[in-house]
Design a protein around this ligand. Sequence first.
Ligand code: UDP
Ligand code: MG
Length: 314
Amino acid sequence: MSRPPHIAIVTPAFNEAAVLPQLFARLTALFDAHPGVAWSVVLIDDGSRDATAALIETQCAQDPRFHLVALSRNFGFQNALAAGLAQCADMDAVVTMDADLQDPPELIPDMVAAWRDGAEIVLAVRRSRQESGLRRVGFELFHRWFGSLIDLSIERNTGTFGLLGRNALAAFNQLPEVHRFFPGLRSWVGFSRAEVYYDRKERAAGQPGQSLPQLIRYALDGLFSFSHLPLRLLTYAGVFIAGVGFSIGVFFIVRRLLGIEVAQTGFTTLVTLLLFIGGVQLVGIGVLGEYLGRIYDEVKRRPNYIVKRRVGFD
Ligand code: UDP
Ligand code: MG
């Protein structure tokens, strides 16, 4: 008789005390309904300032399937996720999921089924999302444009929610970069993949922990980590502006040689051109700086997170 597969659910939590009781209830109900799998939950407390860590610890004491990794401060979602995945090297598969129940845990058995059918990576694809206002517009734009900008195809309408088999997880845990963009890296590691579909709900309780500026940074992280397009665009802009300058030069030289009088005014034109070209140059330096800053972060080789405490691990 073969042993049941060992599957861990990895969930970063930052100030999620309001949703945790619901999360625990839905996970335990799910586990009880699917006894054919040896389930674990790895919750990462990403430096929460509320009762998140205490609630998780109580749950760990009641139910040995639950585990806590507490980070020494808030390191951000990507790093918290990496901290959790690093604890799961001996799992057969891991499910990556948000704590706020926007990702319905009830979808996990479908992912496990797809994985058992041979997919190394299973992606949860959103059929719809319920967020509203600016956040929604932002998400829509990001998913529409991002895919066409970067050098890698990231599956549309996928986020963190998904399953990684043992080999994909090992590959992910080996990636050395400091700036981590999980959907991009998951795409980068390759392997066979399958999709399952779901409707994304509003968070069950509490406030979104990732502010809009954080999400914009995250989007830029994705762009700069997976594309040299900003640099290439600058080269194109440079070639174009230089070409226009050269043509104008030729035009005036020819006029001069033909003896056509050249007007001595043109102050407005000069100022406009000067500011325009100055602006393009500053944008260029800014884009270079983005890459330089990233190179600096990478060469420093600082760890992505610091674990303060682990509860429930042997
Ligand atoms: N989160 C985290 N660290 C942070 C911010 C958020 O671990 O600094 C977690 C949060 O607890 C949740 C997940 O990341 O489990 C997604 O966060 P949120 O719901 O705020 O983001 P959104 O759904 O708006 O992308
Ligand atoms: Mg959320």
